[in-house]
Design a protein around this ligand. Structure first.
Ligand SMILES: [Zn+2]
Length: 287
């Protein structure tokens, strides 16, 4: 999708990027606080080393890290590169999702209708681009914290995956390409199918292959992408995980049994499929 660099696209792109890095900044808080059972709103963020409250200036997404040169202002402890990385990732992927499904003209076209009292025009409001846009953003903004929490703590919290299923199902009801039935089959396929594979693996290898967290997460992905999408996600995630797993086994010299969390692979694959799935459909024959 080549994006023309005109003023309107640049302004909207920048706005979406700033919105994305702000969400990323919040997701950093989620990644840090959710597994440690700290409230997401209070207390204010403090340096993990010297407990000094971080100044609002240093909290500005991306810029705060650059201004402070990645160090606590007081004790000079290094701040993890994960913070600006998550913010940047969130910003840039939000921009890609925006231009994939929407553009400034669609937004400007819907504005008068959204804000008019005259509901006779409401039928003119096409939400066809908005539903896949919000679906991809939902997968992105849940996938980032799930990936990082899984990498650090080897868990996929219920407080993200279970609301994920509910919101995903609600979104699919509004999605003309999917519908509620396809979404329900997706949940059953994702959660149920994986539960079966996991039990199968356990029976033969005599150890746990996949956690309940992965199973709920696949239920979530099934709710959003339907059964075809969730099967495709599972295949893609396993494929990428196998390649990374082999590379990791060689480098870490721990052998193939070194457990790599599966969540990041699921998140990456589900996001890619939500954004480019329709383009892939032309190449993948489902019957
Ligand atoms: Zn400090």
């Amino acid at each position: 999708m080549p994006i023309e660099l005109n003023t309107l696209n640049i302004i909207f792109g920048l706005f979406v990027f700033i919105f994305g890095i702000c969400i990323g900044s919040f997701l950093n808080v989620v990644i840090y606080r959710l597994p440690n059972k700290i409230s997401l709103i209070l207390p204010r963020s403090s340096c993990p080393s010297c407990k000094t409250i971080i100044s609002p200036f240093a909290l500005i997404p991306l810029l705060g890290y650059i201004f402070t040169r990645g160090k606590c202002q007081k004790c000079k402890t290094k701040i993890s590169i994960q913070y600006p990385f998550v913010e940047f990732l969130c910003g840039i992927l939000s921009v890609i999702v925006f231009f994939k499904f929407l553009n400034p003209y669609i937004i400007l076209d819907s504005f008068p209708i959204l804000f008019s009292v005259d509901f006779t025009h409401f039928g003119r409001f096409h939400y066809s681009g908005y539903v896949p846009f919000f679906v991809s953003l939902w997968l992105l903004y849940t996938g980032i914290p799930l990936s990082f929490i899984d990498l650090k703590y080897k868990i996929l919290p219920n407080s993200i995956t279970l609301p994920g299923i509910l919101v995903g199902f609600a979104m699919s009801c509004l999605n003309p390409d999917l519908g509620w039935l396809e979404s329900l089959i997706g949940i059953a396929c994702g959660a149920g199918g994986l539960f079966f594979i996991s039990k199968f693996y356990e029976y033969f290898r005599k150890k746990e292959g996949m956690g309940m967290g992965d199973i709920k997460y696949l239920g979530f992905i099934g709710a959003v992408l339907g059964w075809k999408g969730v099967i495709l996600t599972l295949f893609m995630a396993s494929f990428i995980a196998a390649i990374i797993g082999i590379i990791w086994a060689i480098y870490s010299k721990k052998g193939l049994s070194a457990a790599i969390p599966f969540g990041p692979f699921l998140a990456t694959s589900a996001f890619i499929i939500s954004v480019f799935g329709n383009d892939m459909n032309a190449y993948i024959y489902f019957g």
